[in-house]
Each structure stands twice: as C-alpha cells, then as structure tokens.
Design a protein. Structure first.
Length: 205
C-alpha cells in the first residue's frame, strides 16, 4: 500500500529556485530529445534507453529521463495514438540515486537534497511537514520522489509505504451459498437462517 503527500519547497532562496529552473528546463529538453529518438527508431518495447544526448546532465540523470521518455512513448502507443508526444509538464520522477531526505534537522523539519544532477550541481531544499504528512508517521518513507513545477511554484511528492497486513495462516477455507429457504449453506454441510421463509411470507402479505 502506497500513499503520496505533497511538500512545498518554495521556502528555498532565490539561488536554489534558479538552480531548479535551470535543471527543469534542461530536463524537459532532454526528455523531448529522447522522445524524438525513440519515435524515430520505433523503440516501443525496450525496458531502458541506451542512447546518450548532448547535455550537461549526468549520465545517471540521462538514464532516468530516458526511462521517463520511454514510458511516455509507450503510453502514447498504448492509446493507439500515432502522433509523436511532446513533453511539456515540469514533472520528474527521481529515485534514490538523486534524492536524500532528512527530517527534524533544524527550523525546517524536512530537507530534500538533490544530487548527481550534473555539473556537480547539488540543491538542498527546505520544507515543512503538515497534517497530511504526519498522518503517515507510522509508515515507511520511500527514497524516491516526484519533483513538480506548477505555475512557477515547486513541490515534491513523497511516497509512504505500508506493508499489507499478514493474511491468516491457520484455519480452514469455507464456501458459502446464499439461498431462499435457507439463507446460508456452508461447504461443511451446515445451514443458517431457516426462519427466513416465514419472514418472506409475512412480507408478501
């Protein structure tokens, strides 16, 4: 079971916001370059992208964005849409290779550090917990995020994971059949609700 919570990271200073702007602009360009390559090569069934493009972003980041481009292309083909997609949304899925999340450090109770972006760029972004975030205090905080820019404002979606409850490992299976005269009959030959026929007769009067 996975749940998402949004963190506002617009508390960052202007320099950090400018760095985010620079990264996002280049990331959008790179994703569209990969879409062009995949569309031209008709690579719709691959699991990853081998090609490199001309960019200052790191090889790891290129691989990450290439994967996102591949998912976009596959989605377009699944819809049987023959028009090449164009990536315009500033939304990027970043895994643990690029993300470090720290909590309760100082005045800001959550810090998100982005690394391995390229050109030795490292962006440390402050955020604040809120009621919805704290709702998942007993859950495991995953190391991957989604970085989004909406109307010039930046947000990070963090993911919480909770393992499913253990299924009952003892006892026996029981089949049930619902009937008219006998409400329930079980696979071990027991019946329940014998009085239901008289109830039906009263209702029908």
């Amino acid at each position: 079971m996975i749940r998402t919570s949004q963190i506002n990271i617009n508390y960052a200073n202007k320099n950090k916001i400018d760095q985010l702007d620079c990264f996002c602009k280049e990331a959008v360009r790179v994703i569209n370059l990969y879409i062009d390559i995949l569309w031209e090569q008709k690579e719709f069934n691959s699991k990853f992208v081998k090609d490199k493009v001309d960019t200052w972003l790191s090889a790891r980041m290129q691989q990450c964005l290439g994967k996102q481009a591949l998912e976009i292309v596959k989605s377009q083909r699944k819809k049987k849409n023959k028009t090449k997609p164009v990536f315009k949304r500033h939304s990027f899925n970043l895994d643990s290779r690029f993300v470090k999340i720290e909590q309760d450090v100082n005045s800001f109770d959550i810090w998100i550090t982005l690394t391995s972006l390229g050109n030795r760029l490292k962006i440390v972004l402050p955020g604040k917990k809120h009621k919805h975030f704290n709702k998942f205090s007993g859950w495991k905080l995953k190391k991957s995020i989604r970085l989004r820019c909406v109307n010039g404002k930046y947000y990070v979606d963090v993911y919480f994971e909770k393992p499913p409850k253990n299924k009952k490992k003892f006892g026996k299976e029981l089949g049930l059949d619902v009937g008219y005269k006998k409400l329930i009959a079980t696979s071990d030959y027991k019946t329940y609700g014998h009085e239901m026929e008289s109830v039906y007769e009263k209702i029908s009067r």
